[in-house]
Design a protein around this ligand. Structure first.
Ligand SMILES: Cc1cc2nc3c(=O)[nH]c(=O)nc-3n(C[C@H](O)[C@H](O)[C@H](O)COP(=O)(O)OP(=O)(O)OC[C@H]3O[C@@H](n4cnc5c(N)ncnc54)[C@H](O)[C@@H]3O)c2cc1C
Length: 377
C-alpha cells in the first residue's frame, strides 16, 4: 500500500520515517518550493525523544542539539519562581529533553527518509472523495489519485477544511517573536530552559549549540497584533534581566520571526473512511508547554504502529482512541498556562508566583510523568 501525506513539517516527515521502518511506502506533497528552515529552535521533550529513540534517531539529534535538565519559570529579573527537574525522567526513559535548531532537525529527518518521494511545489487546493479514495488537486495544476491520505498540513489544514466540518481556530491575542543568535549563555544556564514572566509578557531562552541561543518572547495585545512592532522589542523587555536584553540586542531584527498565537478548539473527529489528520492539523495547540511538535511526533509513532497492525479503518480508529485524550489535555493545559502567564494585575501576579513557589516538586513531577508517558499498543 502507498500512503499519501500532505505536508512535510515535523509531523509529516516523522510519520513517513516511522512508516518507512514498517515497510510501508509513502508519498509526501509539500506546498513549499524549497524546504527552508524557520530561523528558530525547538524543544524536543522527553516524550518526543522516546519516539526518536525508537526510530534510531536519538543520538544524531542529541549530537546536533543541547540537552536540558531543568525547566525554570522566573521573574523578569531571572529570580526563580518554579523549577522542574528533568533528571528523574532522563533516568527513567533513558533520553534527555533536547533543544535544537529547527533547520538541523528538519535536515536530520529528510536525510533519514530513504525514498525521495517528497514532492515540493505541491500546494493542495482541493480534495474530493471518490470510489477509489480521494482526488487531490494541486495549485500547480496536477491531479493525483490517493487511496489512503494523511493530513499533516498544519493549523490551517486544507485536508481538514475540505473533509471535516467541525473546526474553530482560536486566537490567543498574543504575539510571539522568535530568534536564534550567536551567543554563549553564562555557565549556570547552559543546560536549562528559562522562561521569565513579566506583566502581560514573557521571555524564554535556551542554548541550542555551543555558541547559539534560541529565544522566544510573547506579549498580549488588546485588539490586534499591529499594536506592537519588532523594531521596538528592546523597549518592551527593557525591565528584564541584562542577559535577556543582551540576547535581544545581539539578534538582527530581520532574522526575528513574528507569529500570532492560535490553536484549534478540540475536535473529536480526526479520521473518516481512508483519511486521517495528525499533528497541528488535528490538534494545534498554543506553544506554552512546548508540546505541539512533540505531540505530532507521538502521533507519527502511534499511527505507524496502528497501520502496521490493523487494516486502515481500524488503524485510524485505534490511533484516535489512543491519542485524542492526551492531545486534548495538552491543548487545554497550554491554553490555560498562556492565560496564567500573562496576568496583569500586580496582586494576582504576586499570588500566582507564591502559589507556584509553594507547589511541591512531587506535583510537578506527577504532571510531567503523565506528559512523558507513551502508551504501548
Ligand atoms: C512560537 C512557537 C514555538 C513553538 N515551540 C515548540 C517547541 O519548543 N516544542 C514543540 O514541541 N512544539 C513547539 N511549537 C509547535 C510546533 O511548531 C508545531 O506544533 C509543529 O510544527 C506541528 O507540526 P506539523 O507537522 O503538524 O505542522 P506544521 O509544522 O505546520 O507543518 C505543516 C506542513 O504542511 C505544509 N502545508 C500546509 N498547507 C499545505 C497545503 N495546502 N499543501 C501542501 N502542503 C501544505 C506546510 O508548508 C508545512 O510544511 C511551537 C509553535 C510556535 C508557534
Amino acid at each position: 500500500m502507498t500512503i499519501d501525506i500532505i505536508g512535510a513539517g515535523i509531523g509529516g516527515l516523522t510519520t513517513a520515517i516511522a512508516l518507512q521502518q514498517k515497510g510501508i511506502r509513502t508519498r509526501i506533497f509539500e506546498q513549499a518550493e524549497h524546504i527552508k528552515p524557520v530561523g528558530a529552535g525547538i524543544i524536543l521533550a522527553n516524550n518526543a525523544m522516546q519516539v526518536y529513540k525508537k526510530l534510531g534517531l536519538r543520538k544524531i539529534i542529541e549530537d546536533n542539539g543541547n540537552y536540558i535538565s531543568s525547566m525554570n519559570i522566573t521573574k523578569a529579573n531571572l529570580n526563580p519562581i518554579s523549577k522542574v527537574d528533568l533528571s528523574f525522567f532522563e533516568k527513567k526513559h533513558e533520553v534527555k529533553n533536547i533543544a535544537i535548531h529547527r533547520g538541523a532537525l528538519q535536515q536530520i529527518l529528510i536525510n533519514e527518509l530513504q525514498s525521495n518521494d517528497i514532492n515540493l511545489n505541491h500546494c493542495l487546493k482541493n480534495v474530493e472523495p471518490n470510489d477509489n479514495g480521494y482526488l487531490l488537486t494541486f495549485k500547480n495544476g496536477e491531479e493525483i489519485q490517493s487511496s489512503i491520505l494523511i493530513g499533516a498540513d498544519g493549523l490551517k489544514s486544507v485536508v481538514r477544511q475540505h473533509l471535516f466540518s467541525d473546526h474553530v481556530i482560536r486566537k490567543a491575542k498574543q504575539i510571539c517573536w522568535r530568534g536564534v543568535t550567536d551567543f554563549k549563555l553564562p555557565g549556570t544556564y547552559k543546560n536549562e530552559l528559562n522562561e521569565a514572566w513579566g506583566k502581560r509578557d514573557r521571555f524564554g531562552f535556551v542554548q541550542i549549540t555551543k555558541d547559539k541561543v534560541y529565544w522566544y518572547a510573547l506579549k498580549s495585545f488588546r485588539n490586534n497584533k499591529n499594536e506592537f512592532s519588532v523594531h521596538d522589542i528592546e523597549k518592551y523587555f527593557d525591565k528584564y534581566n541584562s542577559v535577556i536584553k543582551s540576547i535581544i540586542s545581539s539578534t538582527k531584527k530581520e532574522h526575528i520571526h513574528t507569529t500570532e498565537i492560535s490553536d484549534l478548539k478540540p475536535t473529536n473527529f480526526w479520521y473518516k473512511e481512508k483519511v486521517c489528520l495528525i499533528g497541528d492539523a488535528a490538534h494545534a495547540m498554543t506553544p506554552n508547554m512546548g508540546q505541539g511538535a512533540c505531540q505530532a511526533i507521538e502521533d507519527a509513532y502511534m499511527l505507524s504502529e496502528c497501520l502496521s497492525k490493523y487494516e486502515v479503518h481500524q488503524a485510524f480508529a485505534t490511533f484516535q482512541k489512543l491519542r485524542l485524550p492526551k492531545a486534548h489535555q495538552v491543548v487545554k493545559a497550554s491554553w490555560m498556562l498562556g492565560k496564567i502567564a500573562h496576568v496583569s494585575n500586580p496582586i494576582l501576579i504576586e499570588i500566582r508566583n507564591q502559589l507556584m513557589r509553594m507547589t511541591p516538586s512531587s506535583f510537578n513531577r506527577k504532571q510531567s510523568e503523565q506528559l512523558f508517558q507513551i502508551p504501548n499498543l
